[in-house]
Design a protein around this ligand. Sequence first.
Ligand code: PHE
Length: 346
Amino acid sequence: MLERINSLLAEIAEAKAVTAEEAEAFRIRFLSKKGQIPELFEEFRNVAPEAKKEIGVKLNNLKQIALDKYNLLRSEISSAGSEPGNEDLTRPAFPYVLGSRHPISIIRNEIIDIFKRIGFTVSEGPEIEDDDHNFTKLNFAPEHPARDMQDTFYISRISAEDSNPGDILLRTHTSSVQVRVMQTQKPPIRTISPGRVFRNEAISARAHCIFHQVEGLYIDENVSFADLRQTLLFFAREMYGKDIKIRLRPSFFPFTEPSAEMDVSCSICGGKGCNVCKYTGWLEVLGCGMVHPNVLEACGIDSRKYTGFAFGMGIERPAMLKYQVNDLRLYFENDVRFLEQFNTAF
Ligand code: PHE
């Protein structure tokens, strides 16, 4: 037994392997179930009890040496490829794992594309705004409830009781961007402002304190409510399909007069009534109206010469409908397992 152990030790010390197959042959010869070393362990049972201790130690030692040698052979083979001169220059590169676009970005780009086709530009502005751009210039009365701490995240307030044009806050809509555009550009103005907005709302499956909007503004001479309606009809058909119907319901916003809310016929049931449209056949998609003369004047535009329309919509709601996502929070958690499902949309 001792002799065989010694001759195996010598053999193992001599062993060489250049290819992976040779390393595998080494493993099979010495270490596999039917290999030399397990065979010796098998025979070890018959060794006389007084010799067991000495031979047992040697046998374990042999096994360890064989394992170490096997690992050494394998590591020599796998590192050989990276030695200078050994690279395979014809091997194709490792593929990049591409990420996917966020569903909110996909829908936002779709909306932007539609309005770009009819001559709207894209304008952006700061998420941290002052009260003047977010409220005052948009004809919000000083005591208007939307300015309240309930809805607005204030960063700094000059006075705790009264709102002040200098108060700093997180914008509650991207209409603030349109104020900036009106202050710096001359009509005709045709622009949309996509962006992230903030409202102090409890987070649930249907509402979040952060969401996304696209708002639009069109100012020129002789712009009428009919232009607003046709523009929105064009948008709805491009976005939701040729057969979609729209309806405008009277509404109120401080910055538009008259104001309306637009519904589209439910794209899930085709207007027949289902649980998505709460059996009304209609889905509310945006707010709109003719820009209030006070807003034009506050932004330095002559309200006797120019008129205009504005509209604003959230992005999360259409994204939920399109992808049949029933919990808004999924859009904000950025779990890759959720996001990966959109990677065909590139
Ligand atoms: N700014 C409004 C909102 O955030 C949407 C809107 C924009 C309504 C323009 C009318 C005109 O809800």
